[in-house]
Design a protein around this ligand. Structure first.
Ligand SMILES: [Mg+2]
Length: 195
């Protein structure tokens, strides 16, 4: 079918990483990126956590220090997003919900950068990565910090797993990274038992 490969590549993150602090900010900078749109839940903090994990907070500091403009985009409640933004000293948007276009476009406006210089970092393929790629932003998919999450997210994970499997088959993501995610190994050290 014409364009089928295109559909898969539009779903694909540039890379699957185990945690945000595994992302080399220097490498991102050298690749030409200048802005980071960052998810909160299960990307920099455990679900419902009131503060970022130390390694993620340090990583945001490194990114800012390197010169990156950072903006939080999250489907969490506005007060919670604001509290994270204040603590990290970064921008945030409160409009719309991922994977809708609006929060990403607002973030782009805030960053003041073209799509080609923006990378979205998040833990969900169907909100963070899909939302980013359809607007021409690059995306990096991190493994979730902990197995705790919304019921709706847990259901979405099943579809996400199917898509990731296809991406790994097509070598659009590294099969080892897909397998790690399939084993549901979390960066807080826990591992979910097989059902
Ligand atoms: Mg998330």
């Amino acid at each position: 079918m014409q364009g089928a490969g295109g559909i898969w590549s539009r779903m694909a993150p540039a890379r699957l990483v185990a945690a945000v602090d595994e992302i080399d900010v220097e490498e991102l900078w050298e690749a030409g990126y200048r802005g980071i749109i960052l998810d909160i839940d299960n990307t920099i903090a455990p679900w419902h956590g009131s503060e970022p994990v130390a390694a993620a907070e340090e990583w945001v500091e490194r990114a800012k220090h390197r010169g990156f403009r950072v903006c939080l985009v999250s489907n969490a409640r506005a007060a919670r997003i604001r509290s994270f933004a204040a603590r990290l000293g970064v921008g945030h948007v409160e409009a719309g919900r991922k994977p809708g276009r609006r929060p990403f476009l607002e973030a782009q406006k805030l960053l003041g950068l073209p799509p080609s210089q923006i990378v979205v970092v998040g833990d969900q393929l169907l909100t963070d990565v899909w939302g980013a790629r359809r607007l021409g932003f690059q995306a990096l998919l991190v493994d979730p910090i902990s197995p705790r999450e919304f019921l709706a997210t847990r259901l979405a994970r099943r579809l996400e797993a199917l898509v990731l499997r296809q991406l790994a088959r097509r070598r659009l993501v590294r099969p080892e990274a897909e397998a790690r995610r399939r084993r549901r190994v979390f960066s807080d050290g826990s591992q979910e038992g097989e059902k």
